[in-house]
Design a protein around this ligand. Structure first.
Ligand SMILES: C[S@@+](CC[C@H](N)C(=O)[O-])C[C@H]1O[C@@H](n2cnc3c(N)ncnc32)[C@H](O)[C@@H]1O
Length: 215
């Protein structure tokens, strides 16, 4: 567990919109919307933190579906547990686990990483995740991927680099995410938001008709 999140747990929900310059709720909304509505589906929220996305993900899978949240940081997960107990959600399971070694033991329909993937080694996590994401299942990632193409992006990237140690991200690792998505997923979509401070990447694990991907 990174001490940053252990200490941040008590203020995380209030600090998140501030640290993200107001982008936090929009990021959660966009990540949830990129998860296809599939009643009865199972979706995993990796690095779920205090569980800010759980309600939106429950909506996508409906009452017959299941949301699994995992996080390495006990105090963040404790908050998520309180949220689940307080809401009386029966179809949410939370586990303390590291994303690099996590395996739910079943094939799942979708996996989301809201500002959590670059906290670990993305390539390792991609390989691990693709072992339990069912063929055709969705992967949605929001992260501080360095943006290019606009005159102001160098300044935004510089700011993000300066801020990275405070929020637990790593620009070098985040930069790998888009490449990994194009290498391993199909139907990849990329949405750059908040002047390039955040990017949402989504795609599907290849299924029968997509054999050429990653080969
Ligand atoms: C910036 S917070 C995002 C929390 C939540 N996804 C959200 O959007 O509010 C990053 C979270 O990733 C978790 N995390 C970092 N490294 C992790 C790892 N290797 N495995 C699982 N969770 C991890 C942290 O404990 C923290 O709760």
């Amino acid at each position: 567990m990174h001490p940053r999140y252990r200490h941040a747990a008590s203020i995380y929900d209030k600090a998140f919109p501030v640290f993200s310059f107001g982008a936090g709720p929009k990021i959660h909304q966009m990540v949830a919307q990129a998860v296809p509505v599939r009643p009865g589906a199972t979706v995993v929220d990796i690095g779920c933190g205090t569980g800010l996305m759980l309600a939106m993900l429950r909506e996508r899978v409906g009452p017959q579906g299941k949301v699994i949240g995992i996080d390495t940081t006990g105090p963040m997960l404790d908050r998520a547990r309180r949220r689940v107990a307080g809401e009386g959600w029966k179809n949410v399971e939370l586990y303390r686990a590291d994303m690099t070694g996590f395996d739910p033991g079943v094939a799942v329909d979708a996996v989301v990483f809201a500002l959590s993937l670059s906290a670990a080694r993305p390539a390792e996590v991609f390989h691990r995740t693709l072992r339990y994401l069912r063929p055709g299942g969705s992967m949605v990632i929001a992260d501080g991927i360095p943006a290019h193409g606009r005159w102001y992006h160098p300044a935004v990237n510089l700011y993000a680099r300066f801020r990275a140690p405070l929020v637990g991200s790593d620009l070098g690792r985040a930069a790998e995410i888009a490449r990994l998505a194009h290498e391993h997923l199909v139907d990849v979509r990329t949405n750059v938001i908040w002047a390039g401070l955040y990017t949402i990447v989504s795609g599907r694990a290849p299924s029968e008709g997509d054999r050429h991907v990653g080969s």
